[in-house]
Write a protein that binds this ligand. Structure first.
Ligand SMILES: *[C@@H]1O[C@H](CO)[C@@H](O)[C@H](O)[C@H]1NC(C)=O
Ligand SMILES: *[C@@H]1O[C@H](CO)[C@@H](O)[C@H](O)[C@H]1NC(C)=O
Ligand SMILES: *[C@@H]1O[C@H](CO)[C@@H](O)[C@H](O)[C@H]1NC(C)=O
Ligand SMILES: *[C@@H]1O[C@H](CO)[C@@H](O)[C@H](O)[C@H]1NC(C)=O
Ligand SMILES: *[C@@H]1O[C@H](CO)[C@@H](O)[C@H](O)[C@H]1NC(C)=O
Ligand SMILES: *[C@@H]1O[C@H](CO)[C@@H](O)[C@H](O)[C@H]1NC(C)=O
Length: 395
């Protein structure tokens, strides 16, 4: 099953024209392949070289580094991974060579006040397991590389001599499957950098819940278990977490791994994350008759019972975040109530006159205040439909 691909395509084609319209001067950044990755077999699903896009920092930001994992679902069986290997989600051969840097990646101080002059890197996603796998499948006709963990290491090794190794400030971020990747590499990232550097991590729409679907099936949990097994992930999960849990593969879920992470974290997520709504809470397999189709397309069309179910999902997310909310002195959060998925990469949701806010603070301001310790920033929105600042980005 290729959880995500269909959704990701629809999502991107829906928002892309809008993004283009509203940004007069788009920053396009060139792709860099990582030739040294071949030695450690740190390859994309199809065996192509991994890649990143780097835009140099300047002025006061020239020693600061923002790394951003690209997202795009996962593949958890041979069939879906073989399919993926023939697309931009599994091979750098099919990727766009120039990427738009907007939102948190923008180089314009008006659009991205705290990070515009940092070195900013987008890590391309081509392994299908949030940069955590380490395995190879091979028979007489086919080879598939499940090497996300090695790709991460190869890219970091490539960046260290380019200045990352002397970073003064750093932020590891990512959205969706890329947001999930931050949870599994945050402490690791800090270890590569100077001891006196300020290192923090930001997950955008990466807090995927271990939640039962509306038919009470553990659809997501089964999906994750098969993914962890196929791609050889367990060995790369946080050891303190895997030692503590009876089912160590559950440490792939942020809600179990989070308490074992010591680096400062910011968790940005919608409590009605559209991806989780459509694939975890109401996957097609749990709604064979399509009772949810209208509600999925427009929250205003949901029945009261459906809204109740969605409110239950929100409460479960808040419950999973409660220990972090209560105990983490160094953490930040922004859990809003918009029907969205990924809010830091799009200018419209990151920082603009009509961007989403909680208590009149935009996401860019909340993240910046947290990173630079200007303000306490753990924000939880009131429940749907109270928030009038939403961009409901439904595919
Ligand atoms: C883009 O990057 C590639 C590889 O890093 C390089 O060979 C090429 O010259 C670059 N192109 C431009 C226009 O910068
Ligand atoms: C930065 O963005 C603002 C607002 O969109 C725009 O007016 C300005 O021209 C941009 N500056 C540069 C250098 O692109
Ligand atoms: C190799 O594995 C792939 C994926 O399971 C399968 O489609 C193919 O038939 C296999 N080839 C051989 C020769 O067994
Ligand atoms: C960290 O220490 C190095 C070596 O002493 C020094 O050059 C650098 O400026 C320090 N960085 C910060 C952020 O203080
Ligand atoms: C529950 O989900 C799993 C994984 O998608 C599936 O294999 C199984 O058939 C489902 N069970 C029910 C009762 O729907
Ligand atoms: C596990 O916990 C111990 C004690 O808190 C800590 O020293 C160690 O770094 C942790 N290991 C990992 C992989 O986080």
């Amino acid at each position: 099953m290729n959880l995500a691909v269909a959704f990701a395509f629809v999502f991107l084609t829906t928002v892309a024209p809008w993004r283009v319209r509203s940004q007069e001067q788009r920053l396009l950044v060139n792709m860099t392949l990582v030739p040294n990755a071949r030695a450690s077999r740190a390859l994309c699903l199809d065996g192509s070289l991994p890649a990143y896009h780097l835009h140099r920092g300047f002025g006061a930001g020239q020693d600061n580094w923002l790394l951003q994992f690209e997202g795009g679902g996962w593949c958890n069986d041979l069939t879906s991974c073989l399919e993926r290997a023939k697309t931009r989600r599994g091979s750098t051969r099919y990727m766009t060579k120039w990427e738009v840097f907007s939102g948190i990646l923008s180089n314009n101080a008006t659009l991205n006040p705290d990070f515009y002059n940092w070195n900013r890197v987008k890590l391309r996603y081509c392994d299908g397991a949030s940069f955590t796998g380490d395995a190879v499948f091979s028979n007489r006709t086919t080879t598939l590389y499940f090497k996300g963990q090695k790709i991460w290491e190869a890219i970091i090794r490539d960046l260290l001599p380019q200045g990352l190794g002397k970073a003064r400030k750093a932020l590891l971020s990512g959205c969706s499957a890329g947001g999930l990747a931050t949870f599994h590499h945050c402490d690791d990232f800090a270890k590569y950098l100077p001891k006196n550097a300020s290192v923090k991590c930001l997950s955008d729409a990466g807090f995927f819940l271990d939640e039962r679907d509306i038919s009470l099936n553990h659809t997501m949990r089964y999906f994750v278990k098969s993914l962890v097994q196929l791609q050889g992930i367990e060995q790369n999960l946080n050891r303190n977490c895997t030692r503590a849990l009876y089912f160590p593969d559950l440490c792939f879920f942020p809600q179990y791994a989070l308490r074992y992470i010591s680096t400062p974290y910011f968790i940005l997520n919608s409590a009605y994350d559209v991806y989780q709504f459509h694939h975890i809470l109401v996957p097609p397999s749990a709604d064979m008759h399509g009772h949810w189709n209208r509600c999925k397309l427009n929250p205003a069309e949901c029945t009261p019972a459906q809204i109740n179910t969605l409110q239950g999902f929100r409460l479960h997310m808040l419950a999973a975040l409660r220990p972090f909310y209560m105990n983490s002195r160094i953490g930040g959060m922004f859990i809003n109530s918009c029907f969205a998925h990924c809010q830091s990469e799009l200018q419209e949701t990151w920082f603009g006159a009509d961007s989403p806010t909680i208590n009149e603070k935009t996401i860019a301001e909340a993240v910046g205040d947290w990173y630079f310790s200007r303000d306490r920033t753990k924000k939880i929105d009131c429940a749907y439909p109270c928030d009038a600042t939403c961009h409901n980005l439904i595919p």
